[in-house]
Structures are given as C-alpha cells and as structure tokens.
Design a protein around this ligand. Structure first.
Ligand SMILES: O=C[C@H](O)[C@H](O)[C@H](O)COP(=O)(O)O
Length: 225
C-alpha cells in the first residue's frame, strides 16, 4: 500500500531539514519509511537516543550508530520525525501505515513534545482520499471488516508479496486497507475506527503533526499547524 512516486531528492531534503531540529541529548522518535530514513541517517553523528517505530527504523538506526532506547526507559520523547502517505495541507491530518508501522508510530509520534512530518510534494492533498490502513487482531478480522463496511468503507486485506498469505505486522496482526473515498471529516472517522473492537490502530493521524517539511525542487517548504 505504499504511495507511488516522490523524488528521492525531495525526500532527502525534507528528512535532512527535520533532523537539523534535533538538539544534543534529546530522545528522538525514529519514523518509518523512505523519507524518515533520510532523517535517521542524518542523525549519524548526533548525541541523541532514538526510539524506533518499526523493525525497519531500528535497523537503520543501528546502521547509522544511533543509540536506541525505549519508551519505558525515558521520561519523555523530545521530538519525533516521521513520514506520511498523504497529508491534508489545511489541517495537517495524515494517512500513515503504507508500510504497516502506524500503530507504533502513533504511540511514539503522539508521545513526542513535537512531531515533525517529512514528505515529498506527491503526499500533499486538500482532502485525504487514500485507503486507511487498519491494523486488526487476526481473530477479529470478519467482525472488523463488517464494522468498516458500516462506516462506509471498502475493506481489503493486505496480501504479502513473496508469500502466500496476508501481511503480518511487527506486532503479529493483520492489515486491512480500507477505502472511504474522500474523507471530509478525518477526526470523526478516526473516532469511529478507534471504537471498533479488534482494531489495534488505524492510520489516520489527526491533530498530531506540529510541522510538515515538504522537500521541493528549490529546497524545503515548512508548514506549521
Ligand atoms: O507504515 C509506514 C509509515 O507510516 C511511513 O511513514 C509512510 O508509509 C510513508 O513512507 P514513505 O516516506 O516511504 O512514503
């Protein structure tokens, strides 16, 4: 369910710009995906501790020599830097989870004093309209799918490439990509999705982003919320 396109240069500019906000001694949430990866690499020589949001970001941090910690070893998270599959320019609402990492991302990004989103211009939209990734307990899938239909969605179990069967998240759960068409009220939909028994977490991030850095041809655009 990853988004298409987006130049690597734009992603790199956004990731490196966000990494410049990190101060010595900070605890930093390490986001997942190809854009957040540039921020993690840019922290190579920084005096920080990182909390990874996924298996992928953990591996990247180890490669870059960023010391790792966890939520139960720190008093707080100073800053988190993470990507997005789509963001609404006007509100900063996001769709995340194209790589299936949104549950841990929401915990860590949401715990941070500041949450910086890094993106390329293909992620920007006026109204969110990508399918929303929903992480679901395996036994609950039929019930969750019915409830998603009642919410107006079209659920689609995410299949794994190179394997017969579904994608299993880092937490051992299933992923359902649910299309809702244009999402005019992300906050209302987020509340409804969170109330479904068996839903571990969904990829709508509402009122969480403080700043979006968008890599563009000439540099980086900054949008504050
Ligand atoms: O589960 C994955 C994450 O939410 C990513 O941050 C999101 O998919 C964006 O990834 P990318 O920067 O590779 O487009």
């Amino acid at each position: 369910m990853k988004g298409e396109g987006g130049s690597e240069g734009a992603k790199r500019r956004a990731g490196q710009r966000a990494a410049r906000e990190v101060e010595s001694g900070w605890v930093v949430g390490l986001g997942t995906g190809s854009t957040a990866a540039h921020a993690i690499r840019a922290l190579e020589d920084a005096d920080v501790r990182g909390i990874p949001t996924s298996y992928q970001s953990r591996g990247l941090a180890i490669e870059a020599g960023v010391p790792l910690t966890s939520l139960d070893e720190v008093e707080g998270v100073d800053l988190s830097i993470d990507g997005a599959d789509q963001f609404a320019r006007g509100s900063g609402a996001l769709i995340k989870g194209g790589g299936g990492a949104h549950a841990r991302e929401k915990i860590i990004d949401g715990a941070a004093d500041r949450f910086l989103v890094v993106a390329d211009p293909t992620k920007a939209t006026d109204v969110l309209d990508r399918p929303v990734p929903v992480e679901c307990l395996p036994d609950a899938r039929p019930v969750v799918e019915n409830r998603l239909r009642e919410c107006g969605g079209e659920p689609d179990l995410r299949e794994a490439a190179g394997k017969d069967g579904p994608v299993i998240t880092d937490n051992g759960n299933l992923l359902i990509d649910c299309a809702f068409g244009a999402i005019e009220d992300p906050g209302g939909l987020a509340t409804r999705l969170s109330a479904i028994p068996g839903v571990v977490e969904h990829g709508l991030f509402v009122d969480l982003a403080d700043t979006v850095y968008v890599g563009i041809e000439e540099g980086v655009e900054r949008i504050d919320y």
